[in-house]
Design a protein around this ligand. Sequence first.
Ligand code: AIR
Length: 440
Amino acid sequence: MYLNPWRQETLDSRVCRQGSVVQSCLPTGKCCTVVFADRNRYRCQKTTLLLTHQIVRSMPLRSPGTTVGVVGGGQLGRMLGEAASPLGIELVVSDPTPECPASAVVRDQIVGDFDDEATLLELAERADLLTYEIELADPDVLEAVSEETGTPVHPAPETLRIIQDKLVQKERLQEAGIPVPEFRAVETVEELDAALSEFGYPAMLKAREGGYDGRGNILIEDESEVAKAFDAIEGPAMLEAFVEYDRELAVIGCKGDGEIDTFPVTETIHEAEILRETVSPARTSDAVIERATTVAEEILDEMTGRGVYGIELFETADGEILLNEIAPRPHNSGHWTIEGCHTSQFEQHLRAVTGLALGTTERREPTAAANILGDVDERQQATLYGVEDVLATDTVSLHWYGKREVYALRKMGHLTTVGETPETALSLINEVSEWLTFET
Ligand code: AIR
């Protein structure tokens, strides 16, 4: 049967009940299989080009093409820039660091703080729409600038506002029925003590705002660490019960113009709160993969605004899925999609925010990626050694972010490889990562 789920009002409620599978024609002339969760929630499974299709004239390509203004010009902005060019999309980024990583691959950089109104006004005036690649972007300024210039922002500033505050994020999602670990707001050391006596040790203390790449998360292992951890957070915090997980998983979810989709579930390997490696498919059961995908879809339903979302999950010993955190932007756990999927998370984000049809999220092959992190003690000029051997290894791809300075655990680049199995891909990427160092 062919129908059009993008126009929900034309749907017969018998057709879109839970579990029904139908064929659908997308506005772009593509054909896909749609699986319904219920009347309002569905997922596209396979997208294939129809042999005969109507030419859709509403979204032509011309040059210069759509200009996307991106708040933030770090590695995520740089990889967005790399994905933009084949789509005929131009990027302008704003970032406080002159010659930020993205500046080498985008049309222009405006130098200014993430929350500086004049900077964002200029960005909005030069762009057809705005997006952001860092949660330090300010939702109030984005909203004000959008109103003044008429430039839309994706995902919606309201979504950023909710996600930015980890406590509000968890409260909203818990209310929506998403499974989350136990958590409490803590504003004083007494409140922290009380929450710890409820949850027990270890427990995770998180800054409510501003933390990323492991900053702002402190594991409290026993009583002697409480006061020091509270002081280190410097501001409003929340305590989360420690989850005894078997595995950490991540899903990149995408919300396009009337369609949602998810990339294949990825296993993530962290050390000291920082992502080290990813491997996809995740080495877990089909039932867990299905559950993780369903939770990700339910989370996407709660989000307002187009774009990709990084969704970090825990898989508990009894196969339950709990939400760890969401980011309203491309995510480190999805870098593998550049080589590993037909559409990368960066291309997908650009397709979503500009209102183009989403690309297929299908994986090409088992894929592993490893971050290249600063392995030096002192902040210094960044020079990476061992690159020749890595480049001489078949199937290994290098992504260098172009950061001028390196410091301990800073994300400086990443490596990706495909392999016959997740294990072979992961073991090759682990071996090759060992060859790289910033130390002289
Ligand atoms: N980023 C944003 N949130 C989390 C991460 N990792 C990326 C963005 C941002 C860059 O990290 O691309 O611009 C900042 O990296 P750094 O090393 O300068 O802190």
